[in-house]
Design a protein around this ligand. Sequence first.
Ligand SMILES: Cc1cc2nc3c(=O)[nH]c(=O)nc-3n(C[C@H](O)[C@H](O)[C@H](O)COP(=O)(O)OP(=O)(O)OC[C@H]3O[C@@H](n4cnc5c(N)ncnc54)[C@H](O)[C@@H]3O)c2cc1C
Length: 374
Amino acid sequence: MFDYLIVGAGFAGSILAERLAAVENKKVLLLDKRNHIGGNAYDHYDNDGILIHKYGPHIFHTNSKEVFEHLSRFTEWRHYQHKVLADLDGQQVPIPINLTTINTLYNLDLSSTELDGFFASKGENVPQVRTSEDVVVKAVGRDLYNKFFKGYTQKQWDLDPSELDASVTARVPTRVNKDDRYFTDTYQSMPLHGYTRMFEKMLSHPNIKVMLNTDYHEIVESIPFTKMIFTGPVDEYFDYCYGKLPYRSINFKFETLDMAKFQNTGTINYPNDYQFTRITEFKYLTGQKHHKTSLVYEFPTAKGDPYYPIPRPENAELYKKYKSLADASDTHFVGRLATYKYYNMDQVVAQALHTFKKIQAETADKPEADEFIA
Ligand SMILES: Cc1cc2nc3c(=O)[nH]c(=O)nc-3n(C[C@H](O)[C@H](O)[C@H](O)COP(=O)(O)OP(=O)(O)OC[C@H]3O[C@@H](n4cnc5c(N)ncnc54)[C@H](O)[C@@H]3O)c2cc1C
């Protein structure tokens, strides 16, 4: 008899499995329908021995000391600050847009103070900001909007920014200095030996049994357990009773080249050319030394694994209906698919740790069955 059946061995499921096993001494069955642990953060060595991320580049960054310290129990780190260039009009310029970006694109020699004025002079007057387009055009003007955002958004979402919620681009990150780091979080590091090794360590507790290649429907009636934690798609759990929650997916094309280095930074975005959105070269992320190099191209698509919840008001409404069912259920719903939110890894870790505290509080409140007998 298991105390917990946890569906999904990604960050949400694995963090909870470890906490319940190690702190609460619970017996946990953790299962995943895929043939590996780690969920979308899974990494592995390709045929040439280069460490790659099967579900696209995953860069760890967080401002949460608690999250960073928690994961540090299971891995050492390699300090890494990700940098991204946008390939535009035959040039490669830093993104988020910074002083170098503007001076290079427009052949100017502005100072930081002048750049503030430049943005202000380009920004359009938008009385009511409703869409993603409004947000960007108001902040940096139409030319930068067309160069950086319009085409990229169209490829990524198959929607024009004018059809997307303002919340998708709530803030346009621009910098008036030359800071060319993609993220500015306090903690920016990659697991020294990769994500999968970190998950292996997390799940090595004797109270945790891992079962792969198993959809939970196959065993839910036959394996006894007391409580379920579900980290798969919430609409699937409720048999799509209100219809399917829409997602955008990605086809990943991997390539290994017989050269030590292909591009000038970890990721290069292609906002306006080609069908793919970006190319990532893994060795920048992992720090691996190898005479060959492996890349991934990302082609957004409507069909495939559910990756990005589509941020439109009608989808948020549909999710609310599922959330009411989830709130009334005995099962805990945790993670990106179960809460229909585009969360980064650190946010999922934080959500899982929070759920663990909630479970602890609930069980502390509830007397054990035999306390009633006395
Ligand atoms: C292309 C891409 C790039 C990303 N890059 C970054 C990044 O750079 N930095 C960052 O912080 N975050 C990034 N993320 C987000 C990151 O992947 C997620 O935050 C994280 O993986 C979510 O963990 P999770 O446990 O909620 O979900 P998942 O990792 O998706 O795990 C859920 C698991 O449940 C399993 N499952 C589902 N249904 C069933 C079922 N019926 N039976 C059994 N098992 C089931 C699935 O197989 C899956 O393994 C990226 C995401 C994508 C798509």
